[in-house]
Design a protein. Structure first.
Lengths: 248, 368
């Protein structure tokens, strides 16, 4: 983790009619950091993430991602970020290898790079025997790990993970986080939303969103001190208790 | 360009690995062409008709002979009273009654003017009009024969001619219609479902976050289905020419050109549908129900557009398959060239362009 800022937002706001999904959120994320983005359903996490990925245009406020402006340079942003969606986002009717080659290909990797990358990736994940199997036939945990590896195949500066570990057992979740740490060590910034409070403890810093506003932002240890709580769970309850919005 | 090839390759994997898609893509056209071609033709064979021959003279006998030779009729000769004829219709025993008045030949020879009454069961309008057409054309045929023998002109002024399709073969009208139906249905369904599937599985989001140009996503989605549709079209053409003797009198390249236009139109429509729905089921339903009914009704191959009330005729103008149907009939049956169908082609082109612009615009705004 360095002091180089890769994501900077300033009063970023998204309105849908009268509804303010995210209300003037401002924060910085540093290079190589694992940045947790927490909040109840409907708190505005996904909206915020979509704006940062260039999937949705902010109503007001400003932000730079990897040094590029969120309004004017979305194309450059897209080349420098990876994304793993909430839903499992590989093609189930393609084999492991075909998926790697497809996603690597659309990010413009050359044939040489593709060959090298896919070989080393399959090696690291220990999927040698499954490389020619359809992804749909793999267990969920494997799919998720593969999905993450594909999202960082093109060595992006930042990778956005939208609730990546939903429905996965604790052991696989732990393995998944090992992959995340690995990527962070290589200098890739991780921006992750999650529901699991134990996962929040794995993050370098955590943001708590309530009703579209950032209620707290600090390291897990400091947050626990601040709210004199034993676990992140308690911190979350303390903060979310005042929430007015219903889960969507 | 490389991204494009990778993407198209991926689309082909999707198609060839999904047996349901394959079945829909190639099974449906074959089933429909056979179904419509053989089973559902509006050509009528062996219709029960009753002939009441009160004349019983040379002229009436000659006409009855001709009617008997025709495969369309199953003749029953019986001199029924008016009341009995009505009963026969009511019970559905006969579809048509032909009545020769008592001095038929006499009138014809001396007054040069004779009458045959044809009564049809108009509760089934299509059958009735087809049968009366058959019968009256046979009567006309006889009159034409008489004209040759006689020096005196006979007073016949009805002139029903069946040009282009003298045998009144229903297949000839059905094949272009089925082509329109199949191409529209398959293309609209395939594109809308394949795009919505990516929305449903979440892969669309990943594609949109990637540096791929959204336009490239659309084009790469459309290209495989375009080629598959062309193959589909070829299958239909081969089937209908070999199995049903459908002629292709006009230019084949022109036929393919016009079909490509309809296919692109359908692809754009599929794209549009995929923009307004988020689930595969909904996309399928909209594509099937939303396309099947209007296309069947307003193309003109099932229900003649000429018989429709004005408002429906206006609606029919907005259905691309109507224009395609006219174009295909002109090319395949009449053997006409581009000069005869440029107007219809222009309309089809306009529709395609409009749909393309709307759907591409919609696709882009959805990203914002």
């Amino acid at each position: 983790m360095t002091n180089e800022i890769v994501i900077k937002t300033d009063k970023l706001t998204k309105r849908f009619g009268d509804f303010i999904a995210t209300n003037e959120i401002s924060f910085d994320v540093y290079k190589g950091e694992i940045f947790g983005f927490l909040g109840a359903n409907g708190a505005g996490k996904t909206t915020a993430m979509k704006m940062l990925c260039g999937l949705s245009t902010p109503s007001s406020g400003s932000a730079t991602i990897a040094g590029f402006d969120i309004y004017k340079q979305t194309e450059s942003i897209k080349k420098n970020i990876g994304y793993m969606s909430q839903k499992f986002s590989l093609y189930e009717d393609l084999t492991v290898l075909e998926n790697i080659q497809f996603f690597g290909g659309i990010y413009g990797l050359s044939d040489m790079q593709l060959k090298e990358k896919s070989e080393s990736l399959i090696e690291t994940l220990g999927m040698k025997e499954d490389a020619k199997k359809l992804v749909g036939s793999l267990p969920l945990g494997w799919k998720q790990k593969l999905s993450f590896s594909v999202a960082i195949l093109h060595e992006p500066q930042i990778v956005f993970l939208d609730e990546p570990t939903g429905g996965v057992d604790p052991v696989t979740r732990r393995q998944f986080w090992d992959l995340i740490y690995n990527a962070a060590d290589r200098g890739i910034t991780i921006f992750v939303t999650t529901h699991y409070m134990d996962e929040a403890e794995y993050c370098n810093r955590v943001t708590m969103m309530v009703d579209g506003i950032i209620k707290a932002l600090d390291t897990p240890t400091k947050l626990k001190q601040q709210f004199s709580a034993a676990t992140m769970d308690e911190v979350f309850f303390e903060l979310a208790r005042g929430a007015k919005r219903k889960a969507d | 360009m490389k991204q494009f090839i990778i993407f198209v390759k991926k689309e082909f994997y999707h198609v060839f690995r999904d047996s349901k898609t394959l079945l829909l893509l190639f099974g449906m056209p074959i089933a429909q062409i056979i179904l419509f071609g053989f089973a559902l033709t509006n050509e009528i064979k062996n219709a029960d008709i009753v002939i009441c021959d009160y004349a019983n003279d040379i002229a009436s006998h000659r006409i009855i002979d001709k009617l008997e030779v025709s495969k369309s009729f199953q003749i029953q000769k019986q001199n029924l009273s008016h009341h009995e004829i009505e009963n026969a219709f009511k019970t559905g025993k006969v579809k048509l009654a032909i009545i020769f008045p008592s001095n038929f030949n006499n009138d014809l020879q001396h007054a040069n003017k004779a009458q045959v009454q044809i009564i049809a069961d108009a509760s089934d309008l299509n059958t009735a009009s087809t049968l009366t057409n058959y019968a009256s054309s046979i009567v006309m045929d006889y009159q034409r024969e008489l004209l040759k023998d006689k020096s005196l002109p006979l007073q016949i002024n009805t002139d029903v001619r069946m040009i282009y399709n003298p045998e009144l073969k229903g297949v000839f009208n059905f094949v272009p219609g089925v082509m329109a139906l199949v191409l529209l249905l398959v293309c609209v369904l395939m594109t809308s479902v394949s795009i919505v599937r990516e929305k449903e599985t979440g892969t669309m989001e990943v594609l949109l976050v990637s540096p791929l140009n959204p336009l490239l996503v659309i084009i790469s989605k459309a290209v495989p289905y375009f080629f598959l549709s062309i193959i589909n079209l070829t299958v239909i053409l081969i089937l209908s020419t070999t199995l049903m003797g459908m002629p292709i009198n006009g230019s084949l390249p022109l036929l393919y050109f016009e079909s490509s236009l309809l296919i692109i139109c359908a692809l754009a429509l599929g794209l549009l549908i995929s923009n307004i729905t988020d689930s595969q089921q909904a996309a399928m339903l909209i594509s099937l129900m939303g396309m099947l009914l209007p296309v069947m009704m307003f193309t003109g191959f099932m229900f003649p557009l000429e018989n429709m009330p004005q408002p429906l005729k206006i609606i029919a103008n907005a259905i691309p398959s109507k224009w395609y149907y006219i174009i295909m009939k002109s090319i395949m049956i009449k053997g006409l060239g581009f000069s005869a169908i440029w107007k219809e082609t222009l309309i089809l082109m306009g529709m395609t362009l409009l749909l393309l612009i709307i759907s591409v615009k919609k696709f882009k705004t959805r990203l914002q």
